[in-house]
Design a binder for this molecule. Structure first.
Ligand code: ADP
Ligand code: MG
Length: 278
């Protein structure tokens, strides 16, 4: 069960006294990555990655299949280490604090830096409302009405409330694929993260649901730092202020999205964004 929780990015962290650091107008920390390398056994999936992601903005990670996109975002909230034989070196600082410091709690790191996966993975038998508050429930201490309230807030934030408010008690599996993905986003938001990592969140969805997710990302960036992995370059161009091009585990180029797509510095970036390989 623990493994399952970790796989869906849920944590057992307590959320304290209802503090809502992300919901005001205060600064949301950026993420600074220094000399980050990552391995699966002897396979090195990331090589000396350096980058700075600004708070309250959307960054996209693009690159051919197998280049290390998922590994990179999984290193940003310490999910990588959940894989057997996986290893990380280097630094990831969030709000100035090293998330790999010996006294850093990975569970709290994953609460503050939440994650949404490629395939919508709601708990199929849990109700819509119970799915939305599944992460919160693990923390305990909230009454039924409080959970209901927090669930509603999360469903509203995920742009799903109007569609589900009359069927909060139906199984999550009965929603459409796009709705299930927004339910997973609600579940991630319910624990009040500051960063949302999204690994190809729309790649299993139809065009209308994809558009809905992109609109939602636009809204979320007002309050959260969003990092989205996508193999869809138009999507990166539509949603992201900054784009990172990754190739064979190395950062080729990172900069303003318009620059990456129209006048990149590196020939390999140009070849990739113009569809010459990948
Ligand atoms: P991307 O998301 O860009 O497609 P990944 O980060 O998933 O790439 O993979 C990077 C490299 O790590 C690839 O060579 C892939 O085969 C390898 N890899 C990914 N996950 C695992 C794993 N669980 N065990 C071993 N190797 C893995
Ligand atoms: Mg991937």
């Amino acid at each position: 069960m623990m493994v399952e929780r970790q796989e869906i990015g849920l944590t057992t962290a307590t959320t304290g006294d209802g503090q809502t650091g992300t919901h005001g107008t205060g600064p949301v920390g950026g993420i600074d990555v220094k000399n980050l390398s990552a391995w699966f056994g002897t396979l090195q999936a990331l090589k000396d990655v350096n980058l700075s992601l600004r708070g309250r903005s959307v960054s996209a990670i693009i690159g051919p299949s197998g280049c290390g996109k998922s590994t990179l975002i999984r290193c940003l909230n310490r999910m990588h280490e959940e894989v057997r034989e996986a290893r990380v070196s280097g630094e990831v600082r969030f709000d100035g604090q090293d998330i790999y410091a010996p006294d850093a709690d990975p569970v709290e790191v994953r609460r503050r830096i939440g994650m949404v996966f490629q395939r919508p993975n709601p708990f199929p038998t849990l109700s819509v409302l119970d799915n939305a508050v599944a992460g919160l429930k693990l923390t305990g201490g909230l009454s039924r009405p409080e959970l209901r309230e927090r669930g509603e807030q999360a469903l509203r934030a995920a742009g799903l409330w109007d569609e589900v408010k009359d069927r909060l008690n139906q199984p999550g599996a009965r929603l459409s694929g796009g709705q299930q993905q927004r339910l997973c986003i609600a579940r991630a938001l319910a624990v009040e993260p500051e960063v949302l990592l999204m690994d190809e969140p729309a790649s299993a969805l139809d065009p209308a649901s994809t558009l809905r997710i992109e609109e939602l990302i636009e809204e979320l960036k007002e309050r959260y730092t969003v990092v989205i992995v996508t193999h869809n370059m138009q999507q990166a161009a539509r949603v992201a202020e900054s784009t990172l091009f990754l190739l064979l585990g190395e950062v080729v180029e990172f900069g303003p999205t318009s620059k990456i797509f129209t006048r990149p510095d590196d020939k390999r970036t140009e070849d990739y964004v113009t569809g010459r390989f990948g």
